[in-house]
Design a protein around this ligand. Structure first.
Ligand code: AR6
Length: 192
């Protein structure tokens, strides 16, 4: 049976069992969810893009915590958790996506691994809701449509197996990113 699709403005929701995948256009630092995902680097050193925005909004306690708990950083294709400082969320999951090198250097597996580890962390930390940015699609150069395919497939497969977290939201910064994710999510509902 096709799951219901609800579209209103730049928002789209699709139910998978008891769980919801939601796409919105906006700023991830403003999301009222249990956990937000950061697109970090493997040194957890901070940087520009969404990483810079999250650390600025959360305050210095987050970097202090990641320096203390993860002095070795985090490997590409995985993620680590911290508290969320001044943000409305309870946790930040710092995910390290791959740098795009043409697609034959294991990039899809690494993007999926980072996404899946965040979902596992959400379950371990009893998060009912989690918000992702489009990991790797900025400085790391991953093509938006391919990133949307990997990320959404990862979430769909995880929800079908685990039935949690109840809400997985992708917060897309631009209309183009929103459109790319919406096309992939819509195509998934056809084969569901
Ligand atoms: N909310 C949601 N999405 C955002 C926001 C925001 N506030 N700001 C940017 N984006 P990027 P990457 C989008 O470059 O490619 C950093 O320096 C942005 O438009 O932040 O994984 C890290 O320290 C893009 O679609 O992350 C790493 O060194 C997406 O977030 C490196 O960049 C990801 O872009 C990671 O590169």
């Amino acid at each position: 049976m096709r799951p219901p699709i609800v579209e209103e403005g730049n928002a789209m929701r699709v139910k998978f069992g008891d769980c919801l995948i939601e796409l919105v256009q906006g700023d991830i630092t403003l999301q009222q969810v249990d956990a937000i995902v950061n697109a970090a680097n493997s040194q957890l050193a901070g940087g520009g893009g969404v990483d810079g925005a999250i650390h600025r909004a959360a305050g210095p306690s987050v970097m202090e915590e990641t320096d203390r708990r993860y002095p070795e950083g985090c490997p590409t294709g995985s993620a680590v958790a911290s508290a969320a400082g001044h943000l409305p969320a309870k946790y930040i999951f710092h995910a390290v996506g791959p740098v795009w090198r043409g697609g034959t250097s294991g990039e899809p597996g690494h993007l999926r691994g980072a996404c899946q580890r965040c979902l596992e962390l959400a379950v371990e930390h009893e998060c009912e809701s989690i918000a992702f940015p489009a990991i790797s699609t900025g400085v790391y150069g991953y093509p938006m449509d391919l990133a949307a395919q990997q990320s959404l497939e990862c979430v769909r497969d995880f929800l079908q197996t685990h039935q949690q977290p109840k809400l997985v939201r992708f917060v897309l910064f631009s209309g183009g990113a929103f459109g790319a994710f919406a096309r992939v999510l819509e195509s998934m509902t056809d084969s569901h």
